[in-house]
Design a protein around this ligand. Structure first.
Ligand code: PMP
Length: 305
């Protein structure tokens, strides 16, 4: 059972988590017409009394864009104000995961996005490692990642996560930790909730934004960090075979952070991952507020506690 933060943001204010409840007739519950975000916040390890949020502006922007794709209005400022209020109400003292969610809150039927009320909520929970930092086993999913022409894949649209859920459960049922999904063109897309990188001959390679991926914020950060470290980064279609012969294969995401793939199907992959390790320690230093150069990626919310 998750440890939830005591207060949620719900219907425009902070309320006790137990009181943040929706009706059985809530439109989004039936049609998947919502969009969410996911961000981590940690207590400031250097100057206690505040929480550090990684790339909060990017997360707020992606959520605002996701809302726009669902024909709803949600400004980045509204997201940031609610996040701030929610953190002040909870005054967390441990690392947490924040889940903002915009959804069609009207009661009743008929799939649509016009003439419908929407609401915006946030709740939080304690979250340790989502995937083992030592490496995960993956299978190639029998499910295919959706296409942008049938669903707005630039948004984190709730309904889209049926494919992720099927892929994840299929992977676990067959003895693996995670699933890798191919796109409809037969190229590698991403995992159930993470982007994918490989290293070949010193180059960092990742499927481009035209490969039906979610435009991950960790992915964009890793690309920028790698370039800053003088590493060649190439965004291009990735074939399945490349995964088996790559020097390093790893996943990135807010929940997963940077997690290596140690086994793919029945093949054990290389356990020597110098590039991934370098990127991971850089990212950890940044998220903990220990890296001056990337200090602008961190938002500090002062809680005065
Ligand atoms: N792909 C999918 C399908 C996801 O749900 C996530 C998690 N948000 C990611 C990739 C990674 O994105 P981010 O780095 O922004 O968390």
């Amino acid at each position: 059972m998750h440890q939830f933060l005591p207060y949620a943001w719900f219907q425009g204010r902070c309320v006790p988590f137990e009181d943040a409840k929706v009706s059985v007739a809530t439109h989004a519950l039936h049609y998947g017409t919502g969009a969410f975000g996911g961000m981590r916040a940690i207590p400031d390890p250097i100057k206690p009394g505040g929480m550090l949020l990684f790339r909060a502006d990017r997360h707020a922007r992606r959520l605002s864009q996701s809302a726009h794709l669902l024909l709803a209005d949600l400004s980045e400022e509204t997201v940031m104000e609610a996040l701030t209020a929610m953190l002040h109400a909870n005054k967390p003292t441990t690392p947490i995961y924040l889940r903002p969610f915009v959804y069609t809150s009207d009661l009743g039927i008929a799939p649509r996005l016009h003439n419908i009320e929407t609401d915006f909520l946030i709740y939080g929970l304690e979250l340790g490692d989502y995937l083992s930092p030592d490496g995960v086993s993956c299978r190639i999913s029998s499910w295919t990642r959706q296409e942008d022409r049938s669903l707005p894949l630039r948004g984190k649209i709730s309904g889209a996560y049926i494919t992720s859920s099927l892929a994840k459960s299929e992977a676990v049922a067959s003895g693996f930790d995670e699933a890798l999904l191919m796109n409809t063109r037969g190229k590698v897309s991403e995992a159930s909730g993470m982007n994918l990188f490989i290293v070949r001959d010193g180059q960092l390679i990742t499927p481009g934004v035209d490969q039906d991926i979610l435009e991950g914020i960790t992915r964009a950060s890793v690309i920028e960090l790698a370039r800053g470290m003088g590493i060649d980064v190439i965004e291009r279609p990735v074939d399945k075979t490349e995964l088996f012969i790559a020097d390093e294969v790893f996943l990135t995401g807010t929940a997963a952070k940077i997690s290596p793939i140690r086994q793919l199907e029945s093949t054990v992959l290389s356990q020597h991952r110098p590039l991934m390790e370098a990127l991971r320690s850089k990212l950890v230093a940044i998220t903990e507020g220990r890296d001056e150069q990337y200090a602008h990626w961190i938002t500090r919310i002062d809680l005065g506690n």
